[in-house]
Structures are given as structure tokens and as C-alpha cells.
Design a binder for this molecule. Structure first.
Ligand code: FE
Length: 222
């Protein structure tokens, strides 16, 4: 279950995040700019929200999707990612600004991994972009630990009862990337095609990759 949860937050200093809490000078400038543009009617706040949503769910997580796809397709990279995820991710050109350690955790039929930050919103932004709002919410942060299976059900994920769920608590020093299981029926797929199956939520552990059959159907549709 969530045996690993809680053993780290006590030991590290949670005050030196620069991605949350106190806004950076750049964040402040961006917000000031946004409010002026909105006030003058140059931009629609809904359009700004849409832009952020795009970055959270589509643009941001593409780095992680490429990491996962390469781990699926390339055994040498897979071993490298297991041995030292930070190094393996940097080798693809995805470089974090905080130097935090990345750890890849691998889903199997026996064990499903899920990531949370119980104290705030530590998130592997180098590979996933901006954290979604729900990730930062108090209900997710507490319930992911207390009732991970219930949380997964709300995300539409039903795992076999015999699959253990392991919850990883992110910190300022360690960020987790879930490597979902490679979907059946993808033998011979290119890394690019495989990356198209990898959703953001599947790398947080609150989702699963797209079904290859439905993706293929959509692509060959009218
Ligand atoms: Fe945190």
C-alpha cells in the first residue's frame, strides 16, 4: 500500500521551492502583464486559461511521454533510466533548473505507482510541465495517501484487486516519474507513435496510457 509515504518529508526542508508559494519576479511580471492585457480588453481571460490548460495537459508532458516511449522501446535506455533517471532524462536534453533527483517508478501487473506531494505541490516539471490544479488540491494530497484506490476510481482507473498501489510522496529533492506498462498490441511501433499513447496522468499514476486500438481507429477515421 502506501508504506513509503511519509518517510521523507520530515527529513527535508520544504522551504526552498522556487516553483510555488512565493512568486518569482518573472511570475509577478507575467501576472501583471496578464492583468493589464485583460483590463484593456486585449486578451480574453478564458483564452489565457486555455493556453495554460494546453501547457499543463499537452505541451508540458510531451517530454515525459518521450522518456516513457524510449524506455518502452529501447532496452539500453530503459536500464539507464532505472540506474539513474536524472542522468537518463538529461541525456535526452530535458534539464531541470533545480537539480532535483528524478526517480522512475515502474508499473507492473503486481504493482501500480501513484505520485503525490502531501505537503505542497512538488512535481517533476522538467518532464511533465505545470502541475494540474487537482494535483495541488488538498483533497488529492490527503486522499491519494488514505484512499488511493478510491482516488483512482474517480479518475476512471479500475485496477485488478490484486494489484498493489504504491504511493510516492514527492519532495523538493526527489521527483517521481511513473513508467506505465506498455500497452499490448504496440509491437514494432515507433517511439513517436508510442509517445502518442502516453498521457500526463499515466505518468502521475492517476491514469493509464491510451488504448492503441482507439488511437489507431481515430487516425484512420473519416
Ligand atoms: Fe512539495
Amino acid at each position: 500500500m502506501s508504506g513509503d509515504h511519509g518517510r521523507r518529508h520530515g527529513a527535508h526542508d520544504h522551504h526552498h521551492h522556487d516553483h510555488e508559494g512565493a512568486l518569482s519576479p518573472m511570475d509577478l511580471r507575467v501576472r501583471a502583464l496578464e492583468s493589464i492585457l485583460v483590463e484593456k480588453g486585449y486578451v480574453d481571460p478564458a483564452a489565457v486559461d486555455e493556453l495554460i490548460e494546453t501547457y499543463e495537459s499537452r505541451v508540458g508532458p510531451r517530454n515525459g511521454a518521450r522518456v516513457v516511449a524510449k524506455a518502452w522501446a529501447d532496452p539500453a535506455f530503459r536500464e539507464r533510466l532505472r540506474a539513474d533517471a536524472t542522468e537518463a532524462i538529461v541525456s535526452l536534453g530535458y534539464i531541470g533548473r533545480q537539480g532535483e533527483h528524478m526517480v522512475a517508478v515502474w508499473n507492473t501487473p503486481d504493482e501500480h505507482n501513484m505520485v503525490v506531494c502531501t505537503l505542497c505541490s512538488c512535481y517533476p516539471w522538467t518532464v511533465l510541465g505545470l502541475p494540474p490544479t487537482w494535483y495541488k488540491s488538498a483533497p488529492y494530497r490527503s486522499r491519494a495517501v488514505l484512499d488511493p484506490r478510491g482516488v483512482l476510481a474517480e479518475f476512471g482507473v479500475a485496477l485488478p484487486p490484486e494489484t498493489r498501489i504504491r504511493v510516492w510522496d514527492s519532495t523538493a529533492e526527489i521527483r517521481y516519474l511513473v513508467i506505465p506498462m506498455r500497452p499490448e498490441g504496440t509491437q514494432g511501433w515507433s517511439e513517436e507513435a508510442l509517445a502518442g499513447l502516453v498521457t500526463r496522468d499515466s505518468m502521475i499514476g492517476t491514469g493509464l496510457p491510451h488504448d492503441p486500438a482507439s488511437v489507431a481507429a481515430a487516425e484512420s477515421g473519416p
